[in-house]
Design a protein around this ligand. Structure first.
Ligand code: HEC
Ligand code: HEC
Length: 163
């Protein structure tokens, strides 16, 4: 292996990758959901699973979720009151029906205006988009749960969800 060339090669790969990401972001497709940029939210909400994009749920869902973090899908995800208030404000500001609308109003299609689901994976539109995924695939050892977006969407943490 020719060690002196490695940094150059890595640099080129990184450059090519960011060019692709930039191109897709500029295309502004329906399948781009701006990732969490707030370091606090990333840390507190990205340790057990990816930090889900706030624009994937309506504000009322985030409020409901943040009101009961001690029983979060069976886990205790509670944080102190100040931290909770900061996280909540970030999620609500960037929710699907507030800040993120441009990208994600499509994902709320078919959702009753007063329902506040806690799962992205239970949104009618999400279910429709995934109806062709066979049962065995959800159970595959590399997937295990529908919430494991990165298993199938390699760039989920960068906000991209196309095939
Ligand atoms: C202690 C671990 C833990 C922490 C911390 C945590 N979560 Fe979760 N979260 C879970 C588990 C477990 C699930 C259920 C995953 C599954 O169904 O496979 C979940 C599911 C979710 C889902 C639903 C995913 C779906 O099915 O659509 C959302 C949204 C979510 N979490 C948001 C958050 C937010 C926001 C925070 C930060 C306030 C957070 N989580 C912090 C453990 C955690
Ligand atoms: C088992 C694999 C798998 C998992 C896990 C998975 N998806 Fe998907 N997802 C797919 C497939 C397959 C499609 C359909 C692709 C297509 O038609 O372009 C899709 C489509 C989508 C789309 C629509 C993209 C578009 O082109 O309009 C979104 C948004 C999406 N997924 C989000 C998610 C989120 C968020 C999660 C995690 C909570 C997730 N997916 C988990 C396989 C998966």
């Amino acid at each position: 292996m020719n060690i002196p060339y490695r940094p150059l090669a890595l640099g080129l790969v990184a450059l090519a990758f960011s060019a692709v990401v930039l191109q897709r972001a500029q295309a502004g497709g329906d399948d781009y959901f701006p990732p969490v940029v707030d370091p606090l939210v990333k840390e507190e909400c990205g340790s057990c699973h990816i930090a889900f994009a706030p624009s994937m749920l309506p504000a009322r869902s985030w409020k409901r979720m943040m009101a009961n973090l001690s029983d979060h899908f069976g886990d205790d995800a509670s944080v102190d009151a100040d931290t909770a208030a900061r996280i909540s404000s970030y999620l609500v500001t960037n929710a699907a029906d507030t800040g993120g609308k441009r990208y994600s109003s499509k994902l709320l299609r078919g959702l009753a205006p007063n329902s506040a689901p806690l799962r992205i994976t239970e949104l009618p539109k999400w279910v429709r988009e995934h109806r062709e995924v066979p049962a065995w695939e959800w159970k595959h050892k590399d997937v295990r749960t529908k919430a494991n977006c990165v298993a199938c969407h390699a760039d989920a943490e960068q906000g991209f969800y196309e095939d």
